[in-house]
Ligand binder design. Structure first.
Ligand code: HEC
Length: 135
């Protein structure tokens, strides 16, 4: 009985926390997940080097595939042709939640080296974090 109550309380706490996170675009949580799943291929600091993917400082508000000095774009240049004029919280969240589906919609399914394993419910948090990466 006590165990059931504790488990139920744990579930309620977990649900409560993730609901808040999803609604608020929690920057700290976004940073945590970015460090966990994006850092393998991206740097986030100003002037950071390009790796498999481009440095993401200042990406918010920019047109896709324009990061200076990154010359290995595959699918991203096609995003602009298909309605993604600049990166905002909504389309960034959609992209990082499921890059393959995003490429299907905005790049005709064109392949890319960007694959992520991010729980999709945290995508708005990661987008909110990306928004902070500017002067
Ligand atoms: C396995 C490597 C890899 C991982 C992991 C990865 N990316 Fe990428 N990312 C790339 C590559 C490669 C590109 C260029 C894509 C292209 O041209 O198709 C890219 C492009 C991007 C772009 C578009 C940049 C532009 O210039 O328009 C954004 C935004 C982005 N990634 C964010 C993220 C975020 C946020 C995560 C973590 C949730 C992440 N990426 C995880 C490899 C990766």
């Amino acid at each position: 009985m006590l165990r059931t109550l504790l488990v139920a309380a744990g579930v309620a706490l977990t649900l409560g926390a993730s609901t808040t996170v999803a609604l608020a675009g929690d920057v700290a949580n976004g940073e945590k997940w970015a460090n966990r799943v994006c850092k393998a291929c991206h740097t986030f600091d100003k002037g950071g080097k390009h790796m498999v993917g481009p440095n993401l400082w200042g990406i918010y508000g920019q047109p896709p595939a324009q990061v200076e000095g990154f010359d290995r774009y595959q699918a991203a240049p096609l995003f602009a042709e298909n309605g993604i004029e600049t990166w905002n919280e909504e389309n960034l969240a959609e992209y990082v939640a499921d890059p393959e589906a995003f490429r299907q919609t905005y790049a005709g399914g064109h392949e890319s080296a960007m694959v992520v394993s991010l729980p999709p419910k945290f995508a708005p948090d990661v987008a909110a974090y990306l928004k902070t990466l500017q002067d």
